[in-house]
Design a protein around this ligand. Structure first.
Ligand SMILES: Cc1ncc(C[n+]2csc(CCOP(=O)(O)OP(=O)(O)O)c2C)c(N)n1
Ligand SMILES: [Mg+2]
Length: 345
């Protein structure tokens, strides 16, 4: 257990605040606030049945992606599971197109055919949005393989939930990535639960970064309520990947403030547990640092917040005013063969 502690302490100490500039802090604040406000609105719209089907919110987990995007380079690839609204927002996709996708409209980022779980934006290096738990992990390794094969200096960040590490595909993917020294960062967003099942109910191995040891993969836990700690861990992993030293496994210790999906009363956790994580809110932490270090005043931050709210309102208006796709679109971009036999007349 002593080893575990020192690893955790190492992860926490990575949150050294002095390293980061005013610009970085303000970008983190605005970026994470946009993810948060966008999703709060999406939650409301779901209640009004404007958004249907599945909808998994990322609220509380924002630092996991904000700290990666600030640490990595444009052109690095990202792939994740179905909790996927914030990743493309962080990568620069148009939030209006993401909202339209939630509405199932033709102007959506996946032309209204993907919905909440299947956002996709190749131009901004976002490879989805995958509904099958663990399904994106081998795909992420494949993307990293392509980068290595083509001799680029780019890498792939492959996000997954804590539930996904119990899938066989995770272990096969780690083995292959380590054997071929592929430029991939496996980022486990450990929010403590897979639907209503806690991590400790699924395996003896509850410190998920330890799973990397079976493949001799550099692995560590990261306090992912701290955007600084995520940035630092991603930066170090990226350096390793770009040098040709292969993959890293990061266990991003995070928390989702909302239920698993929209129909989850979250009875499997206590109010105290939720309150404890809310007291470490990643956005609030950034706000405090900005104020403490004099990077902005309360008034400046309110202006940013107002701007973000306006942006979200524009997203809703855009989605409302967009059309549903024509039924003839249903099979386009879905199958490789354009004359797929079930195309409707
Ligand atoms: C192969 C497969 N099995 C089961 C499901 C049903 N399912 C959807 S989400 C989920 C829990 C996954 O939890 P986790 O990986 O921790 O991600 P989180 O929702 O916490 O982000 C399950 C079991 C699925 N989508 N795919
Ligand atoms: Mg989980």
């Amino acid at each position: 257990m002593a080893t575990t502690k020192s690893k955790e302490e190492k992860g926490a100490s990575k949150g050294t605040k002095d390293k980061f500039s005013k610009e970085t802090y303000l970008e983190w604040f605005e970026g994470m606030l946009l993810m948060r406000k966008f999703e709060e609105k999406a939650g409301q719209l779901y209640g009004q049945q404007k958004i249907r089907g599945f909808c998994h919110l990322y609220i509380g987990q924002e630092a996991c992606v904000a700290g990666a995007v600030s640490a990595l380079k444009r052109g690095d690839k990202y792939i994740t599971a179905y909790r996927d609204h914030a990743h493309p927002i962080a990568l620069g996709s148009d939030p209006k197109a993401i909202m339209a996708e939630l509405y199932g409209k033709e102007t959506g980022i996946s032309k209204g055919k993907g919905g909440s779980m299947h956002m996709f934006d190749k131009e901004n290096n976002f490879f989805g949005g995958h509904g099958i738990v663990g399904g994106q992990i081998p795909l992420g390794v494949g993307i990293a393989f392509a980068e290595k094969y083509q001799g680029t200096d780019k890498l792939c960040v492959c996000y997954m939930g804590d539930g996904a590490v119990r899938q066989g595909a995770f272990h096969e993917a780690l083995n292959l990535a380590m054997t071929y020294k592929l430029p991939v960062i496996f980022a486990i967003e450990n929010n403590g639960y897979a639907m209503g099942t806690s991590v400790k109910r699924t395996s003896n191995v509850t410190e998920l970064y330890k799973l990397g040891a079976a493949y001799d993969m550099p692995s560590e836990p990261v306090d992912a309520m701290s955007v600084e700690a995520v940035h630092n861990a991603m930066e170090e992993a990226a350096e390793r990947a770009r040098k040709g030293d292969g993959p890293t496994l990061l266990e991003l210790r995070t928390y989702r403030y909302k239920g698993h999906s929209m129909s989850d009363p979250a009875k499997y956790r206590t109010k105290e547990e939720l309150a404890e994580y809310k007291s470490k809110d990643p956005i609030e932490q950034v706000r405090q640092t900005i104020l403490e270090r004099g990077f902005a005043t309360e008034e400046d931050l309110t202006k940013i917040s107002d701007k973000v709210k306006e942006q979200v309102a524009e997203c809703v208006q855009f989605a409302e005013e967009s059309e549903f796709p024509d039924p003839s679109e249903a099979f386009k971009d879905v199958y490789a063969d354009e004359d797929y036999p079930y195309i409707m007349d």
